[in-house]
Ligand binder design. Structure first.
Ligand SMILES: NC(=O)c1ccc[n+]([C@@H]2O[C@H](COP(=O)([O-])OP(=O)(O)OC[C@H]3O[C@@H](n4cnc5c(N)ncnc54)[C@H](OP(=O)(O)O)[C@@H]3O)[C@@H](O)[C@H]2O)c1
Length: 474
């Protein structure tokens, strides 16, 4: 059985693979091994290609007498060339063409459309790892035998010629199958981007309280659950396909954001995800890594929206209840950067050290919140960010006319204060601002990441007070 090439095919222009699809290129060691295999073929000459760009390595049956003297076929002289990125253009025996294309390894070379050329010239996608290298070397060997007129019936180790396999159409994802069932790793169909959507190959995501709300069924009546429901509200990765009408994004772009789909079904704990481009997605700056970008979007947007809502002025006092979590980590830094005196909740010990390291002026144990805050702000605080804990207690610490913002939809019963219920709004400008601040080192994310297969450990960590964010690497 011809193995299927994993993942999506590169998006080609019909002539070449656009060079921004870096994930479709061969790592240098793999290309070196491919070149070594070409050089090792019996009786071949290698050198700059006469028919492709000279930086491509031609594989020939004899020394060329001059430019354009040979081409892939019918002379069979330069029967293959290896592009700098690892793509192989080569002739193969006729019966090999369809299986290789159908299993996702190759596409026809456009020169084969010309009537004077045969249609046995293919563009083999760049091998990306050892397993793909094995297939590429087998194809190179069969091409060599074909060019020399040798018997091509003997079958290389990785590829029988008679059976076509399907292109990979499934992906791994952490999903739950029905209300009350536990999340598990599932094989699910790779989504297709609808009009206005991009398909993202996800590199990283992170856990948020939202995921536990989804899993617990608490969003019934708010969102439709389309089972199996994939978890993960955050994502970071690379665009691999565009839906109709998408502008501003191209295949290969690094993107991150918040999954803003109208229903629950797709999520960031999956190899692929289709998201609308109208909201919740922005480019990742070069200086920001995928893990951080994948943990940034929802928590940092909620933090920025909450800080903006209470608009702390230099010298004012802000209480952040829940400062040790993902939202609190960012909110604390943002409020301190605006010149406010931050009082942050934290248990004694490591958590207290943690919030002090974020720019907090005072750390207060939330098991005795009122006494702790009154000890450092006897007249009360100007603003409260309520991210966790008892909202009534936290709001009682506000001065008259103070400002209160809650990410957990708590509304205090005080008529003299301004209250804002925060619903994170990840518009592109907000995401770009947060990403550029994180890339510049102005916002720091404390992140513990787990591979997708260890998602249960990540869930347990999130529930047991891990400081900062808990990430999932896909
Ligand atoms: N509305 C929105 O759009 C939006 C967006 C993002 C998040 N949220 C919500 O905002 C909340 C915070 O999110 P998150 O991602 O930062 O959650 P998180 O990472 O779980 O952080 C919550 C933090 O609160 C601390 N905590 C627990 N009990 C506390 C108490 N009584 N007083 C003070 N702190 C306490 C926890 O510390 P220990 O581990 O020491 O207990 C934990 O570090 C969550 O409820 C989340 O669902 C809402």
């Amino acid at each position: 059985m011809l193995p299927s090439r994993r993942g999506l095919r590169p998006t080609t222009t019909g002539r070449e693979i656009p060079h921004d699809q870096l994930d479709q290129f061969s790592p240098p060691a793999i290309r070196d091994a491919l070149v070594a295999a070409a050089k090792g073929l019996d009786g071949v000459f290698v050198g700059p290609s006469q028919v492709s760009e000279p930086a491509s390595l031609a594989v020939r049956l004899r020394q060329p007498n001059g430019p354009w003297e040979a081409f892939l076929h019918p002379s069979r002289d330069e029967f293959a060339h290896i592009h700098r990125a690892g793509f192989l253009h080569l002739t193969v025996p006729g019966p090999w063409v369809a299986p290789l294309i159908e299993a996702g390894w190759a596409e026809p070379h456009p020169i084969g459309r010309r009537p004077e050329w045969p249609d046995t010239i293919i563009m083999l996608y760049a091998p990306r790892d050892e397993a793909e290298l094995e297939v590429a070397i087998d194809v190179l060997q069969i091409s060599h035998r074909h060019a020399t007129g040798a018997d091509t019936d003997s079958i290389p180790s990785s590829i029988p010629s008679d059976t076509a396999a399907k292109e990979t159409t499934t992906m791994r994802a952490v999903a739950f199958a029905s209300h009350g069932s536990a999340p598990e790793v599932h094989d699910l169909p790779i989504p297709t981007p609808a009009a206005g959507e991009i398909l993202v190959e996800v590199a990283a995501s992170s856990l948020n309280g939202f995921d536990f709300g989804v899993l617990g069924g608490h969003l019934q009546g708010v969102y439709e659950y389309e089972f199996p429901v994939v978890l993960g509200k955050d994502f970071a990765g690379r665009v691999v396909a565009l839906g109709e009408g998408v502008t501003g994004f191209t295949a290969g772009d690094r993107v991150f954001g918040v999954v803003m789909r109208p229903t629950l079904g797709q999520g960031g704990f999956a190899q692929y995800l289709a998201v609308p481009t109208s909201i919740g997605v922005a480019h990742i700056p070069d200086a920001l890594d995928d893990d951080t970008a994948g943990a940034l979007a929802l928590a940092a947007t909620a933090a920025l929206n909450a800080v903006d809502a209470v608009a702390p002025q230099p010298g004012e006092t802000v209480l952040i209840a829940g400062a040790t979590g993902g939202v609190g980590t960012i909110a604390t830094q943002l409020a301190a950067a605006r010149g406010a005196t931050v009082i942050a909740t934290a248990r004694p010990g490591e958590a207290t050290e943690y919030v002090l390291g974020l720019g907090t002026a005072h750390a207060v144990d939330f098991t005795d919140l009122v006494a702790g805050v009154r000890a450092v702000a006897p007249n009360g605080v100007d603003a409260v960010l309520h991210l966790a804990g008892d909202g009534t207690e936290a709001s009682s610490l506000l001065v008259e006319g103070g400002r209160f913002a809650s990410t957990v939809h708590f509304v205090p019963q005080r008529s003299d204060i301004t209250v804002t219920a925060i619903m994170a709004d990840p518009d592109r400008a907000t995401l770009e601002l947060l990403a550029s601040e994180a890339a510049a080192g102005l916002l720091k994310l404390t992140l513990t990441s787990y591979p997708l297969a260890e998602f249960s450990k990540a869930f347990a960590d999130f529930g047991s007070g891990k400081l900062g964010k808990v990430g999932i690497r896909i």
